[in-house]
Design a protein around this ligand. Structure first.
Ligand SMILES: Nc1nc2c(ncn2[C@@H]2O[C@H](COP(=O)(O)OP(=O)(O)OP(=O)(O)O)[C@@H](O)[C@H]2O)c(=O)[nH]1
Ligand SMILES: [Mg+2]
Length: 474
């Protein structure tokens, strides 16, 4: 740490000497990637984190803030002109309106830079003045990480695996339309662009319907989250049953080429230009939503997370390994929306999330990355209450219902103390929980009415921030 400070002060001296060179070139930068599957809570996490870093009165667990060493925090114009800016102001405006709404769903990658002026601790306090550190926070869909396994598959291998998966219980009902269409298709026949589009659309329809039903690991990621590639030929293919002998202009060969170009122009540049540059990573997980959707959704989420996490520790032979080096050194797994539960259940939610990512997490740790799992709420939309019913105390949460705006006290069900009670039925892909029911009711955003100097209320966002960047603010 001392070494870094000294290096920093050297660069500052150099900077002073170079007239007209922006300080942004020399100040340290931490790149934090925020990912999670669709609706996991990425936009709200970043919005609330930025707001709570700008106004730090609700950040007691962020040590540097509690010690009063963050002297200033401000948003900077982002230096990366190729990436869209995260629409922080729009999202805050939606949340703080007199009739607040949740921010709109986002479909692509975006980033925001927040800069902190920090007074150093210990020996250097008093020797060096405050230093500036930039935190670049990048919002990107977790679905894009599900594409990594495609890089090591041929079109034939990917087709066979994807078609086999489409027949499994729970998914087969969503893929029937697509499979019917495949039944009428000859992969070896010459390409007919209209048929090709129809197949690609039916395949996308299957992925979207499965996602809607709570299945998470539906690759290729850009088919669900196309970003700016909507309608591109690189996204107009589907898996096909293996053709006998197929010539150059056949459907099979065309889709094979498009599959290869998807890898080359979509997957690889994302990993090379963005993913490989993160220092810290947050994986947001809607564990509660999956539990609500049932055991198969939980198992599917677990599989998707395991796939996502292989990106953090790619095998030695993977093309990604040399690009990635040893860069990401902290990974936070955060179960979001924990304000749906009374605090007495938060530890259980974190334990279930931790158990869900255990295998993958152990591998990441082996590689030297520090990991932690916690339950958080980026925006606290509820208050806690205890009610007496039949002589029993029940811990509930009260909030405004999304549908009616009316206030209601809800009991979402008791999460089990032992995560296996959730993960075992999930592994067995049982249809439903045998002796428990969990409900997740969507709450409307709280009416915030913030006074100057106040940021939105949250749960453990300060702990999340301490884990992610605290060590760099000393
Ligand atoms: N009560 C509560 N609801 C939350 C919280 N975080 C997320 N939500 C809910 O989850 C929804 C999705 O949150 P977003 O932050 O938009 O999620 P996202 O991952 O950015 O979603 P996409 O952009 O669609 O991928 C919100 O509209 C809220 O309804 C939270 O801390 N508390
Ligand atoms: Mg979003």
């Amino acid at each position: 740490m001392i070494l870094r400070r000294i290096t920093d002060s050297i660069t500052h001296t150099v900077e002073d000497a170079i007239d007209g060179v922006s300080s942004a070139l020399f100040d340290p930068v931490i790149r934090v990637g925020v990912t999670g599957l669709s609706r996991a809570g990425k936009t709200l996490f970043i919005t609330s984190l930025v707001a709570n870093l700008l106004e730090r009165s609700r950040m007691p667990q962020l040590k540097s803030a509690a010690e009063g060493r963050i002297l200033a925090a401000y948003l900077q114009p982002h230096p990366d002109h190729k990436m869209p800016r995260f629409a922080f102001e729009d999202h805050m405006a939606a949340l703080t309106a007199s009739d607040p709404v949740w921010p709109e769903s986002t479909r692509s990658i975006s980033t925001v830079r927040i800069s902190l002026k920090v007074q150093p601790t210990g020996l250097l306090n008093g020797i060096t003045g405050p230093s500036q550190i930039h935190i670049d926070i990048v919002d990107y869909p977790g679905e894009w990480l599900l594409d990594l396994p495609l890089m090591s598959q041929s079109y034939a291998e990917w087709s066979a695996a994807t078609l086999e998966k489409a027949m499994t219980p729970g998914l087969a009902e969503h893929s029937s339309g697509f499979r019917d269409l495949l039944g009428q298709t000859d992969s070896a026949a010459p390409l007919n662009e209209m048929n090709a589009n129809r197949l690609a659309d039916a395949f996308k329809g299957y992925l979207a319907a499965s996602r809607e039903a709570g299945f998470s690991s539906m690759a290729p990621g850009r088919f669900l989250m196309p970003g700016d590639l909507e309608g591109s030929p690189a996204l107009t293919f589907s898996p096909l049953p293996k053709a006998g002998k197929s010539g150059g202009g056949s459907l099979w060969r065309t889709f094979e080429k498009r599959f290869d170009s998807y890898k080359r122009v979509v997957i690889e540049p994302f990993f090379r230009n963005h993913f490989a540059r993160f220092d810290r990573q947050v994986v947001l997980v809607d564990t509660l939503g999956a539990i609500h959707d049932g055991p198969r959704a939980v198992e599917d989420l677990r599989t998707a997370l395991a796939e996502i996490l292989t990106c953090f520790r790619p095998g030695r032979n993977s093309w990604l390994a040399p690009i990635l080096g040893k860069r990401i050194d902290r990974i936070l797994f955060a179960a979001t929306k924990c304000d749906h539960l009374h605090h007495t259940q938060h530890a259980r939610l974190a334990a279930i999330t931790e158990a869900m990512v255990r295998d993958a997490r152990d591998r990441a740790r082996f590689r030297g990355a520090k990991t932690e799992a916690m339950a958080i709420a980026s925006i606290r939309a509820t208050v806690e209450q205890s009610v007496e019913r039949n002589g029993e105390t029940i811990n509930v949460v009260r909030g405004r219902l999304q549908d009616t705006g009316k206030s209601a006290a809800l009991f979402p069900g008791n999460l089990p103390e032992n995560p296996s009670d959730i993960l075992n039925p999930a592994r067995m892909r049982e249809g439903d929980w045998s002796d428990a029911a969990y409900s997740v009711t969507k709450f409307a955003p709280p009416i915030l009415d913030l006074t100057p100097g106040e940021a939105p209320p949250h749960i453990r966002l300060d702990r999340a921030a301490e884990f992610l960047i605290g060590d760099r603010l000393t």
